[in-house]
Design a protein around this ligand. Structure first.
Ligand code: HEC
Length: 193
């Protein structure tokens, strides 16, 4: 009787400590990469979404590479983008991979057909007057492969950098598909089948 009463009658400090501990645990569980308990649910984490995506996270910096190549940030300025050398060749296979990665990483803004038609593009335009360009636009056509690689890696103007989400090989694969779209004016499904 006495004990039970004491338990429920713990001071405010005790319950505050309990609340803090629970809160800490919850935030620890919600950290990226460890979801024993999905408290702050995000659609991106769901298996259904991830199953359709090619892998797109770089390994952690301290990971030991089995291919002998480490992901390097692009440190040269845009003007020197042409000094960047591709890490993979331009082949039908790498273009196809680029097309898949375009669908995941670029299409939300640049449109599934790479024509700059998307809801996000409309929002960009109404909010800033700047629209994500079509891959067949003169602007993109006039860029070299190195410049497109640079834009993907470091961002450009209002476009965010997606370099951290993609390996070097994946970025070059996208460049090859963008080049194919720019040259042919076709959507990725046809330009990089
Ligand atoms: C969040 C929306 C968004 C995403 C995602 C995005 N872009 Fe962009 N992109 C833009 C916008 C907006 C611009 C125009 C930027 C400006 O003019 O300030 C742009 C510009 C570009 C340009 C022209 C750059 C230049 O130097 O003129 C290229 C090429 C490009 N994007 C390719 C891509 C590719 C490839 C991807 C996927 C890896 C991608 N973008 C992902 C919004 C996006």
């Amino acid at each position: 009787m006495q004990k039970g009463h004491r338990f429920l009658g713990q001071g405010k400090g005790f319950w505050l400590a309990v609340a803090l501990a629970v809160g800490l645990l919850a935030s620890a569980c919600a950290r990226t990469g460890a979801y024993p308990l999905d408290i702050f649910y995000e659609m991106h984490y769901s298996q259904a979404t991830r199953a359709g995506e090619p892998a797109r996270l770089d390994p952690p910096p301290e990971a030991v590479s089995r291919t002998g190549r480490k992901p390097a940030p692009v440190t040269v300025p845009f003007e020197q983008a042409d000094t960047l050398s591709p890490t993979i060749p331009d082949t039908p296979e790498t273009r196809r991979l680029g097309g898949q990665l375009f669908a995941t990483n670029c299409a939300p803004c640049h449109g599934v057909n790479g024509d700059g038609q998307s809801l996000a593009a409309d929002r960009f335009e109404s909010a800033t007057t700047i629209r994500p360009p079509a891959m067949s636009s003169d602007r993109v056509k006039g860029r070299t492969n190195g410049q497109i690689y640079h834009a993907i890696s470091n961002g450009r103007g209002l476009m965010p950098a997606v370099g951290k989400l993609l390996s070097e090989d994946q970025r070059w694969a996208i460049v090859y598909c963008v080049r194919a779209m720019a040259n042919t004016g076709l959507p990725p499904a046809q330009a990089c089948p």
